[in-house]
Design a protein around this ligand. Sequence first.
Ligand code: CA
Length: 220
Amino acid sequence: MRILLVEDEPTLRAQLRAGLVEAGYVVDEADNGRDALHLGQTENVDAAVLDLGLPLLDGLSVLQRWRAAGRKLPVLILTARDSWHDKVTGIDAGADDYLAKPFHMEELLARLRGLIRRAQGLASPLLQCGALTLDTRSGRVALNGQAVSLTSHEHRLLAYLMHRPGSVVSRTELTEHLYAQDFDRDSNTIEVFVGRLRKKLPPGTIETLRGMGYRLVAPP
Ligand code: CA
């Protein structure tokens, strides 16, 4: 999953980035509203963490413009402590959730997991596809209750598919959601990781639809 992180304060941004990367996300970042607006409109991210007080263009305007342009990405806004007004205005402008500074990284991660899940209509933190489960809280992947050991790349790929069971996901979509903007993207890489992931799952779990992409189906 790919997160757009928008925060102008360098220390906080670095901390957030580190926490997100450790949690397995790929991160694109912006330190001002103008870049944030552009990235949110052109890049396919799975969620945005958006500070409201930003140089060049404030976070609220960024959010309003994303929504006006039809961008539906889940947005978690960061507000100043005790600023109930910011929270109300932010939610009315199209934010999906808010977090008041200062906050614990754990809370930010939990809220993000919830936003990303709900964006796909998934209420439970335990994602299931037949006997295959992914606990989004711990990241644990299991097959019939037995832990499946995955590399971070394989995990990211499976997590994306587990959020969309039964849906056809193109290679381009996977490339966009599994790599940050500055990464040298090559869709062949996706094929390699799908191949590796398949070896760890029951045959037929990841279907290939020629010319269209991949689909996760319940393993027999
Ligand atoms: Ca700020």
